[in-house]
Design a protein around this ligand. Structure first.
Ligand code: ZN
Length: 301
């Protein structure tokens, strides 16, 4: 049976698991070596009543509990329809075929220009290289290809923005008035898809999820966190946030968290470059939590 994850439950689960393994020492070591100083109230002894008491959570705000709520990892376009029915685990392999859905066209999108029948393979798939006609949306073309940039976690945001603006100019409705209804429809589809792709690649967290999605990997942040160091860190951050309502203190916490985000993104850059997708999954989980922490601080400010 799946355990309902709550903040106190999560921590008790972690402690219980470690106690069962006779790992009290490692809990203490993790506690003292946590890289973020805070006003943590973690006891040295895992058996301390404030942790074990079931009512300890009664004063916790809903917002803080939301750190432990599920986080969607793939957006609707990148998320295979069957995802909700697959078993939960930290990494779920999905078939690439599912990822590149063809929007109801079982034979897949045409690779010939609908207007002049010229071959449209090789480019972004948006325009015909011969007649410049706007093509129907082809979801098998990945976001990096749309913008003509390298498929990597490291993205030059200025270059991405320039290419995005250039595409949007070409798809602008003002340019479509002389076109057929058919092409105007393709243009509207492509335009909204380009916007969605741009924002997905712009933010490091969604870009990382998207990259993993391209490899058929879904990060299940709803599942149990296996990394004890991350678990301890989350609890410490949560405790420190609970204690603070002063704006200056919150800003200080926000600055600390921004550094965590920055460092995590640097690690992800190296991890993706090395092709270590398993490691990337755990760092994406971490980045997702730090982003949630930032949202929580912003709410409290
Ligand atoms: Zn054409």
């Amino acid at each position: 049976m799946r355990r309902q994850v709550s903040s106190s439950g999560l921590y008790r689960h972690f402690l219980t698991r470690n106690l069962e393994n006779g790992a009290e020492k490692s809990v203490r070591a993790l506690n003292s070596s946590a890289q973020f100083s805070s006003t943590s109230r973690f006891p040295d002894s895992p058996g301390a009543p404030q942790i074990a008491h079931p009512d300890r959570n009664s004063g916790t705000s809903q917002g803080l509990l939301s750190f432990f709520q599920p986080v969607r990892c793939l957006d609707s376009s990148a998320r295979p329809r069957h995802v909700d029915s697959v078993p939960r685990s930290s990494v779920i392999e999905t078939r690439r075929r599912s990822f590149v859905a063809t929007a109801g066209n079982e034979k897949g999108p045409s690779k010939k220009c609908w207007a002049c029948e010229h071959d449209i393979l090789g480019g972004s798939g948006l325009f015909c290289p011969s007649c410049d006609g706007i093509q129907p949306l082809d979801l098998s073309v990945d976001h990096f290809t749309i913008f003509g940039i390298e498929r990597s976690f490291k993205v030059d945001s200025k270059e991405l923005e320039q290419r995005y603006k250039s595409l949007q100019k070409k798809l602008h409705p003002d340019l479509m008035s002389s076109k057929s209804q058919k092409e105007q429809g393709y243009s509207a589809d492509q335009s909204s898809h380009v916007i969605q792709a741009y924002f997905q690649l712009l933010k490091p967290l969604s870009r990382a999820r998207y990259l993993l999605g391209l490899h058929g990997i879904k990060v299940d942040e709803e599942g149990t966190i296996d990394d004890p160091a991350l678990l301890m860190e989350i609890m410490e951050i949560r405790e420190s946030l609970e204690d603070v309502s002063d704006a200056k203190e919150l800003q200080k916490l926000q600055a600390q968290n921004a550094l965590r985000i920055q460092d995590t993104e640097k690690v992800l850059e190296k991890t993706f470059a090395a092709g270590d997708l398993k490691k990337a999954v755990s760092w994406v989980q971490r980045l997702a939590y730090y982003n949630k922490v930032d949202e929580e601080i912003v709410r409290k400010l």
